[in-house]
Design a protein. Sequence first.
Length: 468
Amino acid sequence: MTHDSAMIADADAWRSRDLAVLWHPCTQMREHPHTLPLVPIAYGEGPWLVGRDGRRYLDAISSWWTNLFGHAEPRIAAAIARQATTLEHVILAGCSHAPAVELAERLLAIAPREERRAPLTKVFYADNGSAGVEVALKMAFHWFRNRGELQRTKFVALENGYHGETIGALAVGDIPLYRRVYAPLLAEALFAPSPDAYLCEDGESPAQRATRAADALRELLERHAGEICALILEPRVQCAGGMRMHDPAYLRMARELCDAHGVFLIADEIAVGFGRTGTLFACEQAGIQPDLLCLSKGLTGGALPLAAVLATQAIYDGFLDDSRERAFLHSHSYTGNPLACAAALASLEIFGSDDVIARNRITAGRMRELSLPFVDHPHVADVRQAGMIVAFELTRNGDRRTPFDPAARVGLRAYRAALDHGVLLRPLGDILYWMPPYCVDDGTLQMLAGVTRTAIDQATSGATTTCA
Ligand code: PMP
């Protein structure tokens, strides 16, 4: 057996062992292995994933938007290793440790800030994004309860928004694919129209669309005055909803409306935080500060699961009492895990030492140059960008009114074509996007653009027929 064929045999063996025992996330398992190839990964190196068969794949989606500086980043790896030999974990109820304290201090120091508003001053840890969202929702609800405002039981969320998959987080999500089946289990939420600029009517600007959406939000808040605890939204980009982007003006209007109605604003920056949209936090682009800020994914540079919910002093103070029931008793065993906190501290260090936000501006500029020619593709209806995120909306006639028949599985075809050419893209329906690790270099971006074009061409040719 040659070296290559031995590696291919090894990959096949791992595929079989995997499918014998694993149940994968976000996957119709029946599609493995034929419709959907399973890719056994041996190791990661910068923006690359190296398969057990020896093939290299560009991680163009930063492994579900978690990875910031490339895989197996040595400084993050070293911080985790150091911490592992000191204190791997300790209960955070009643105990404290340096990484949790230092990380909280650092996060509060860099959090979005409005001069006229009291800053975010407290950090509550959870261990993944959905759990962080649950924390924020429960905090908002419980705060009003502690004040005796028992009628404030509802949340407002945006249409096409996504906040995670646990039952509470799903209740404020609006993506039918994830939500519909579980709808009977979900707490009732109120959905306001999304400011999504892709939905602009003919002649309408993104700013006008934002104003129209804010008007609808105002009406909703007025109609349910005194019943709502919080508005939750993804600032700047609704990621799982198809990388749909909106004018930051919407965030300013939403912030004002929340203030006017005494409703908390929860910013879910789990996907967009830590530089993805060009600024460290997306809220900065609107100059707003939320009452609760949810962070996860890139928080640890993508190395370990961790979430942080940042809260105002007023929210924290609302739980101080002699009664245990008024306390925020929410608890996860791995809350504030020292290894994850150490990884997060190392990741924040890199932002400073490598001048990441400034360098990303150059990378984002290249992503813009490389993505603009796609506007002329006959099946591309929209190319949009927010910092380090670029999305391509594929439709039958290249306009916004002719989506492909979902049965044609255009996105899946593009996924397979890109994989054949060494790029891991994972389209959201028929929307392709780039969200690469920040260390991606110019040559790699050019390769990504070339493969994306090939993938779109292959996926859309004959896309009226159904994919096997
Ligand atoms: N909120 C947003 C905006 C997200 O994009 C995600 C994950 N895609 C979540 C919450 C949930 O995070 P997790 O997958 O870590 O539960």
